[in-house]
Design a protein around this ligand. Structure first.
Ligand SMILES: *[C@@H]1O[C@H](CO)[C@@H](O)[C@H](O)[C@H]1NC(C)=O
Ligand SMILES: *[C@@H]1O[C@H](CO)[C@@H](O)[C@H](O)[C@H]1NC(C)=O
Ligand SMILES: *[C@@H]1O[C@H](CO)[C@@H](O)[C@H](O)[C@H]1NC(C)=O
Ligand SMILES: *[C@@H]1O[C@H](CO)[C@@H](O)[C@H](O)[C@H]1NC(C)=O
Ligand SMILES: *[C@@H]1O[C@H](CO)[C@@H](O)[C@H](O)[C@H]1NC(C)=O
Ligand SMILES: *[C@@H]1O[C@H](CO)[C@@H](O)[C@H](O)[C@H]1NC(C)=O
Length: 691
């Protein structure tokens, strides 16, 4: 309400001043000899605007704004008539381009004022806010001084503003956000603006058209203007080189900003978790040394806590969404711990029952840890750096509904992946351990091995895997960064076959078969030779039913859930096959299945294929990258793969093939041209595909 009153007061004020102004104008600018007493855009321009912009000295470009010169030769201006037709000045033979009395036409309105690098040395006149149809104002790279007038924010049509590289000072007027709905770009780079970034007038505004906000290289202070994170259309944000402090809000990661610069401020705290390698360290450099998290240094505990204490707070840190974890890993191999002192522990009892479950460090060696919880090592666990007590520091890679995944650095420079299970998992230690033990035994080229399991004194549970620096299949398929490998059919086939082999191994290659339970492109890591490795398998067995069912709910949202699957308890090899079918379609079509996060639309890949087959446009469903270099899709096994995927997605579970059959079919229908497989350096940018 207060705002509204202010606004009406302001309208009155402007009206009063501008009528005064026009009187002055007709007196001083006799050459203009305007008969009308209302101030037209032309009058404003020749009067206040020109005088203010040029300052104390005559300006070459501005001197063209003169009634003795045809309007079409006035520099840096575009005009439009009230009815919306633009004044065309491009055709020099048109009568308008030489019409000397055009400037008297009151129906002419200023559309744009663009005078970059024009040696302007005055200031910004507040009358700039009065042009009713002015859309763009570019007076960057000049020597304008003074403040940004409050009145600029009351302009009715401004959508693009560039006042960059001037000497503007004072604070940014709050009225600037009145333009919020229309604004597409606001560039104020390299001035001397101070104070804090003003709050929005209407807290609900989202400035939905705003794509570029550049406030860099000023003297802005205060905290990160968090409301910016509601500007969902933002593509470019520069707050660099100011004196902003405090933390960078987590919500910033939700925006899809392509060009970000937060460097050279005094930001501190923990960086939001941006998508993998979205931004380089440069974007955040030169801030408070306390600023940490990817892509900057990891947030290591500088707290002086003992390693033991740090291990104890792993759980607490997770709850606080802090991206720091530290854990103890007992050194076992060289320093065999004789004592299994705390043998009353249920965990160890279970271990004793299950004989031969610890292939590595048998005879008590598998458990250790300075009196702080226990570590069970599995085959290959010797890759863990084993020193007396290890203090591994980690960064959050991902949060899932059943826990948090960390990338953790060992003291010797090695890296491991940790899955900290959420509370509610593994409630009952004795029923849990056999599952862990079973998972620890699984070794297959296409499955990421579990190397160790840690249970803390307070019940925190960590699964320790090899860390693979590879991208997930999901990222490979959808990331839009240049430099990614081209995913031609030969490569996609290899990935699909790798996944199929991994699943077949789980279903039939083990003494006690297990189901994966969470097959999706995000749970497949692909190395530089296109070997696929599945992760997350069997974890549903460690969850209490409520948490496990959340995996089902997520699978439903993301389109991987078999129609008959209602409860995770009921998941079986056929539901894995269904999810694999969707994944294979994803690989062939290059589209994300399930509910689109942006549009909310549900992408049903099997239906898409059915429609395409009916309409005889089957070849069009394939990702264009897949078809590259393919002459005969039948001979190359492409059509067979599509059929196979559709078979896996059959609504009736009993008609789906087994994973072994899938492997067999993929092996029988290989792409002929597999040379591309052997040039792993071939990337998308080199090929020049539009991805
Ligand atoms: C407009 O141009 C004429 C001729 O070049 C000049 O005599 C006059 O002073 C100019 N008027 C203004 C207001 O600059
Ligand atoms: C010049 O422009 C004025 C105002 O738009 C118009 O009334 C007049 O007819 C034009 N003269 C010529 C020669 O086009
Ligand atoms: C720029 O303006 C200054 C006065 O402000 C003047 O001395 C100088 O000659 C102008 N430079 C150019 C290139 O017009
Ligand atoms: C947004 O505006 C609506 C009404 O216009 C109001 O009900 C709601 O509380 C506002 N939300 C916020 C976050 O201010
Ligand atoms: C960010 O802004 C600073 C200061 O304006 C500049 O030096 C730096 O090159 C910019 N960095 C990026 C990545 O754009
Ligand atoms: C930066 O922020 C810290 C607090 O986080 C403060 O102590 C320090 O004075 C600030 N430095 C500058 C240059 O503003």
């Amino acid at each position: 309400m207060a705002l509204l009153n202010l606004f009406s007061l302001y309208i009155f004020f402007i009206f009063f001043v501008s009528t005064q102004g026009s009187t002055l104008l007709t007196e001083s600018e006799s050459s203009a000899s305007l008969s009308s007493s209302a101030s037209s855009d032309v009058e404003l321009l020749l009067g206040k605007i020109k005088a203010s912009l040029q300052g104390n000295s005559e300006n070459l470009l501005l001197s063209s704004w003169n009634s003795t010169v045809p309007m079409c030769q006035w520099r840096g201006l575009k005009w439009v008539f009230s009815n919306g037709t633009p004044l065309l000045c491009t055709d020099l033979s048109s009568p308008q381009s030489t019409n000397l009395s055009l400037f008297k036409d009151p129906s002419l309105h200023l559309l744009s004022l663009q005078l970059p690098s024009a040696n302007l040395s005055g200031s910004l006149p507040r009358e700039l806010g009065e042009f009713s149809m002015l859309q763009s104002l570019y007076v960057n790279i000049n020597s304008l001084s003074g403040t940004i007038p409050l009145e600029l924010g009351y302009s009715s049509s401004l959508s693009d503003i560039d006042l960059g590289y001037n000497m503007l000072s004072g604070s940014l007027p709050p009225s600037i956000w009145n333009l919020c709905d229309k604004l597409v770009s606001l560039r104020l780079h390299a001035n001397s603006l101070s104070g804090s970034v003003p709050e929005l007038a209407l807290p609900n505004s989202t400035c939905k058209n705003l794509q570029v906000l550049d406030l860099g290289k000023n003297k802005l202070s205060g905290t990160f203007p968090e409301f910016i994170t509601r500007f969902l259309g933002l593509r470019e944000l520069d707050l660099g080189d100011n004196v902003l402090s405090g933390s960078i809000p987590e919500s910033l990661a939700a925006l899809n900003i392509e060009k970000l610069n937060l460097s050279h401020n005094n930001f501190s705290g923990v960086l939001p978790v941006f998508g993998e390698s979205k931004y380089s360290g440069e974007v955040f450099e030169g801030n408070n040394p306390g600023l940490c998290g990817l892509p900057l240094k990891s947030c290591t505990g500088s707290s002086g806590l003992s390693p033991g204490a740090i291990a104890g707070i792993v759980i607490g840190l997770m709850a606080g969404a802090v991206i720091l974890a530290s854990l103890l890993i007992g050194y076992v191999q060289n320093k065999k711990k004789k004592s299994r002192g705390e043998s009353e522990d249920e965990l160890e009892e279970a271990e004793d029952e299950e004989n031969g479950g610890v292939p590595f460090g048998v005879g008590g060696g598998g458990v250790g840890g300075a009196g702080e919880g226990k570590l069970i090592l599995f085959q290959g666990g010797e890759h863990l750096t084993l020193e007396d007590v290890l203090n591994a520091t980690g960064q959050v890679m991902e949060k899932t509904n059943y826990g948090t995944i960390y990338k953790a650095k060992l003291a010797d420079g090695g890296t491991i992946a940790l899955r900290l299970l959420r509370e509610g998992s593994c409630k009952d230690g004795s029923s849990c351990l056999p599952v862990i033990r079973q998972l620890g035994k699984i070794r297959n080229e296409n499955l990421i091995p579990l190397r160790a399991f840690y249970q803390g004194k307070r019940g925190e549970k960590l699964l320790i895997y090899d860390y693979l620096p590879h991208r997930s299949l999901h990222d490979l398929l959808y990331e839009t960064r240049a430099g990614r490998p081209v995913l031609n059919w030969a490569r996609r086939h290899k990935i699909a076959l790798g996944i199929a082999r991994g699943l077949a191994f789980l279903h039939t290659g083990l003494e006690a078969p297990i189901t994966h339970g969470n097959v999706r492109s995000k749970n497949v890591l692909v190395d530089e030779f296109f070997v696929a490795r599945l992760t997350e398998f069997g974890l549903d067995k460690l969850m209490i039913p409520a948490v496990a069912d959340e995996i089902v709910a997520l699978a439903k949202t993301d389109g991987y859930k078999a129609p008959e699957l209602q409860k995770m308890k009921k998941c079986n090899s056929r539901t894995d096959v269904y999810a694999y079918g969707i994944l294979l379609l994803e690989i062939l079509i290059g589209k994300k299945p399930g509910k689109n996060a942006r549009s909310g639309e549900f992408v049903d890949l099997p239906s898409m294929v059915k429609v395409a087959v009916l309409e005889e446009t089957t070849m069009e469903v394939f990702d264009v990258e897949v078809l590259k270099g393919i002459r005969n899709p039948m001979e190359e096994g492409l059509v067979q793969a599509l059929k196979l995927a559709m078979g896996c997605c059959a609504p009736v579970a009993s008609v789906r093939p087994t994973m072994e059959e899938v492997v067999k079919q993929l092996e029988e229908n290989r792409p002929r041209n597999r040379s591309a497989l052997y040039s792993p350096t071939e990337t998308r940018s080199e090929i020049g595909t539009p991805f």
